[in-house]
Design a protein around this ligand. Structure first.
Ligand code: MEV
Length: 314
């Protein structure tokens, strides 16, 4: 039976989320510890989707995943694909937690279609499809989540069009991050990227001074973060994560529970901690000097109530 398989990893924004929507840079890393696998198989009868978020006829996909519906239609048109299919999506990326789940699903599904049709897929083509799905899922994304789907290295990213408050070189591959460990903790609460982005945008458009100041501050911090990476200073990077979290609080995208977890990580010895991704729930990240310390921080976070944690070398 004809089949196509596509895989995609998660992502972590180390610094600069939200401000990146306004043209300032952000630093992000592909997160290989979690991944999405899409398998497209030829089928008789009606096309079906099997996943943790929906199991049933493809034509009856709920509105909440209209981005996936739209993406599959684009891919079917691209290949003049008429044959009914079974699309299985298995993922270890928790959905709506700021770890790039929606971009990974779109990316894995796009790769599965190209694999099924035995057609090479360029990064440019992948971005073309994933960006369209992300625009439906998140409103007006900066493109960082989609772009990370084509990368295996840390990057400094800034969007290439619309609202720019600064003019920086769009994308730079960064050197390896300083030696250390990254802890990612899922608060268990669904993040709300679209609402968070809209909330910041409304305040930005009203000329809210706190928002404008926080965005400018994040731009400075990301610049300093890049320097810290260049010189390999984990301590400096940790402190910058703390400062970045403070600016994100000013933007109003953290929550009391996430703030509590961040405090818990710092008390357990983290060099720095912050919310990551869209916010209003979702995940936080922390930095540790070595693996035993990282595991101890992750354990503390779990005892405090975090739904899941991951520890990985930076
Ligand atoms: C979402 O992963 C990152 C945000 O900055 C939105 C975006 O850049 O599109 C919150």
């Amino acid at each position: 039976m004809r089949q196509g398989i596509g895989r995609a990893h998660g992502k972590i924004i180390l610094m600069g989320e939200h401000a990146v929507v306004y043209g300032t840079p952000a630093i992000a890393v592909p997160f290989q510890r979690v991944e999405t696998v899409a398998t497209l198989t030829e089928h008789t009868g009606h096309s079906e989707l099997h996943s943790s978020f929906y199991d049933g006829l493809f034509e009856q996909l709920p509105d909440i995943i209209s981005s996936l519906y739209h993406l599959v239609r684009l891919l079917k048109d691209h290949f003049s694909h008429e044959t009914p299919f079974n699309l299985h999506i298995n993922s270890t990326i928790p959905p709506e937690r700021g770890m790039g789940s929606s971009a990974a699903v779109s990316s894995a599904v796009t790769r599965a279609f190209f694999d099924y049709h035995q057609t090479p897929l360029s990064d440019q083509q992948l971005l073309h499809f994933v960006d369209q799905a992300e625009t439906i899922a998140h409103g007006s994304p900066s493109g960082i989540d989609s772009f990370l789907m084509t990368q295996t290295q840390p990057i400094r990213f800034s969007r290439t069009e619309p609202i720019r408050i600064s003019r920086t070189e769009p994308i730079r591959i960064l050197p390896d991050l300083p030696n250390g460990f990254l802890i990612v903790a899922d608060s268990g609460m669904i993040g709300q990227t679209k609402q968070a982005v809209n909330h910041v945008r409304d305040r930005y458009e009203q000329g809210d001074f706190n928002v404008i100041q926080a965005i400018q501050r994040i731009e400075e911090l990301v610049g300093a973060g890049e320097q810290a990476i260049q010189v390999g200073s984990l301590e400096q990077l940790g402190q910058l994560l703390n400062d970045n979290h403070f600016a994100l609080q000013q933007l109003g995208i953290s929550t009391p529970v996430i703030d509590e977890y961040i405090q818990c990580a710092r008390q357990a010895g983290a060099l720095g901690a912050k919310i990551t991704g869209g916010g209003l729930g979702g995940c936080l990240i922390a930095l540790a000097t070595n693996e035993p310390q990282a595991i101890a921080i992750a354990k503390q976070l779990e005892s405090a109530g975090a739904a899941n944690t991951w520890v990985a070398p930076l």
